[in-house]
Design a protein around this ligand. Sequence first.
Ligand code: NAD
Length: 458
Amino acid sequence: MKIGSMKKIVSLQRNFFKTHNTKDLHFRRKQLKTLYSALKKNEPLLHEAIYKDFKKSEFDNYTTELSLLYKDIKEARINIFQWARKQKVSTGILNFPASSYIIPEPLGVCLVIGAWNYPYQLSFAPVIAAIAAGNTVILKPSELPTRTAAAMTKIVKENFDPAFFTVVEGGVEETQELLKQKFDKIFFTGSTKVGKIVYKAAAENLTPVTLELGGKSPAIITESCDLKVSVKRLVWGKFLNSGQTCIAPDYVLVHKSIEQKFLEQAKKEIISQHFAFENDNYLQIINNSNFERLTKMLIPEKIYYGGETNAETRYIQPTIMQNVTMDDAVMQEEIFGPILPVLTYETIDEAIAKVNSLPKPLSCYLFTKSSSIKKKILKEISFGGGAINETVMHISNSNLPFGGVGHSGIGNYHGEAGFKTFTHYKSVMDKPTWLDPSIRYYPHTPFRFKLMYWFMKF
Ligand code: NAD
């Protein structure tokens, strides 16, 4: 899309929003159904595009992208009447005989900026929430997986009126041009660095933002865990999408006493889950610059397992690094690739201190059978969301608001939390006129003050 036409599309959507059509719940349900059918109908195209972009298999595309979108749409269509209902709240004697209520209302024209690593899910999931909440949407998917971006554009173009929902493709320049426009909400998924750029641009227009960012998510393996199951789940969560998952365990803190057992088990799991060699279930690194960034993190003498790379196919073998310290390159930034640094600790306080020396992570995973350690970690580490004796799967429960804290993000979504993210809750006090005691009006008298004092004694 030409840069000049961004202003036009925003104004087209603003005019459409002013018709109030999107406030009708049946309209919203119908649009969600259209999206559902369009995605279903275009599954072959969606599979092909993502495979060509970074070798994501049909299995992974269905289980980690499309099925989540279908679930989101179904849940929104079922719950929309409940989520959008006017809520009555109590008023209190001070305002008798009034009633008070909260009306959920859409924010208006929303911009959704997607990341590349789960291109369909991270683009359409916020869109579903925005539509359910009654907004119009401009989606700017990541430009890195070019074919998936094109597939999304095609599907949206064929099924939606651009005055209601459209896709704008492009990279940095186009996104920055979009950010100059006035939106009523910006929902951004991506890096902390770009999150700051978005936040600054949004501040110009006092536009509310949700920032779904990244960070270094720890996994803590305690002596008391079930090592076999724990490592199986950890390895799966780490190497899924070739480690290119915002909530992947970024690094592991293992109790010193079980370090060797952990390393052996992790190697076994990588092999048995078929992550160990180039195959159709193992994704490519998204582009050359990420491939280079990742390979620079590898320190040959610290590689316990893996370390093979192939620049031509952008392949990095699942790699375990041992004897890693907080000063190593791999601990200086979010890895976002198939490298698992293993650090050790001797006391749980030491593990907590290591995690807390870094910015608050998006996720945290704890493997333990000890309820006191569970309690301690949940109390002493702040993180966006996480799981105990599991990795990644908390994202699949839409009753759990999904988002970061501090450097890993602002706000959250999924399920009703997504609806709330794109909604303004308008508070109203509704008063009849048949009773209008003069007590609060001027001029004030000692008697009125006494009465007011009594009414307002809290
Ligand atoms: P990114 O920040 O590079 O890009 C995200 C989006 O911002 C893209 O659409 C891109 O076009 C745009 N963009 C890039 N540079 C820009 C600039 N200078 N000005 C304006 N817009 C710009 O992120 P990415 O590489 O696509 O994704 C990886 C990051 O996203 C990781 O940090 C990961 O943890 C995070 N992430 C977070 C979540 C989450 O749900 N919290 C999900 C996926 C990825």
